[in-house]
Design a protein around this ligand. Structure first.
Ligand code: SAM
Length: 258
């Protein structure tokens, strides 16, 4: 089969380091009968060792050339190929519960994480390779420069752990940035439950619209000083200093008022 030329527009940096691949598959730890979906199988670096442990695997892939290669290499009994954009894919359509795994295309990682967060109730766990900088933001604690909308919205639903740092040489071609693997496990019981999750998402988005401004400024027209007092939240702090529980408290206060 002819050599595949990696496509930049699809974020194609193929894993080539056997140790990293092994560590990812060990971290996913699939049982033979588990339902697993891999996002962006590419040339099969993770697909093949996953299939060595699984009876069957689902993959979602956008690149037609790669899809025809996969069809030539794996039988439909082993591998179900969902052709198309992972951003628009209905992950629940494969059945639930499921595990999701992928060395993600870095150019769409943030919107993809927000899309995947919607399946929090239906996944057992998720393992992703991402830019290290994105993993830093996902796991960031309040009071740090990396803590923002992504941290709050993902930490609301998932317990997250960075499990591996991966240097550029582990890929072909090497990306310009360092990478890391993160594990996301949805909470059985949310530590802080928002009555209206769409409202929480809105509050968090507005609160971080201008990171350098205070909460009072960012939430102007949304939460007044009486609200801050009732919630015992200092309106003079910056959004990066409010915990996930604090954002949920604001959302729940506002949903009670409506
Ligand atoms: N899993 C392979 C590996 O580790 O070597 C490939 C990883 S590569 C970083 C990203 C993969 O995602 C590529 O196969 C690419 O074609 C695919 N991809 C890119 N954008 C996608 C999208 N929107 N939906 C589904 N797959 C996509």
């Amino acid at each position: 089969m002819s050599r595949h030329i990696p496509r930049k527009r699809f974020g194609q940096n193929f894993l080539q380091d056997p140790r990293t691949i092994q560590d990812i598959v060990d971290a996913v730890h699939p049982a033979p009968d588990e339902r697993v979906v891999e996002i962006g199988p590419g040339l099969g670096a993770i697909t093949r060792p996953l299939l060595a442990r699984l009876k069957h695997l689902h993959v979602v892939e956008i690149d037609r050339d790669i899809i025809s290669r996969l069809r030539g290499q794996f039988s439909p009994a082993q591998l179900t190929i969902h052709e198309g954009d992972a951003l628009a894919f209905d992950f629940a359509s494969v059945g639930t519960p499921m595990k999701i795994v992928g060395n993600l295309p870095y150019n769409i990682s943030t919107p993809l994480l927000f899309h995947l967060a919607e399946y929090g109730n239906q996944v057992t766990d998720m393992h992703f390779m991402l830019q290290k900088e994105v993993v830093d933001r996902m796991v960031a604690e309040p009071g740090t420069a990396d803590y923002g909308r992504l941290s709050v919205m993902l930490q609301y639903r998932f317990s997250m752990e960075r499990i591996l740092d991966v240097p550029p040489e582990s890929f072909n071609p090497p990306p310009k940035v360092d990478s890391a693997v993160v594990r996301m496990i949805p909470y059985d019981t949310l530590p802080h439950r928002a009555q209206d999750e769409a409202l929480l998402a809105h509050i968090v988005q507005v609160a971080f619209a201008q990171r350098r401004k205070t909460l009072r400024n960012n939430l102007k027209g949304v939460l007044d000083d009486d609200g801050f007092t009732a919630l015992d939240i200092d309106p003079g702090i910056r959004p990066e200093n409010l915990s996930v529980g604090g954002f949920v408290a604001i959302a729940n206060y506002l949903s009670k008022k409506v």
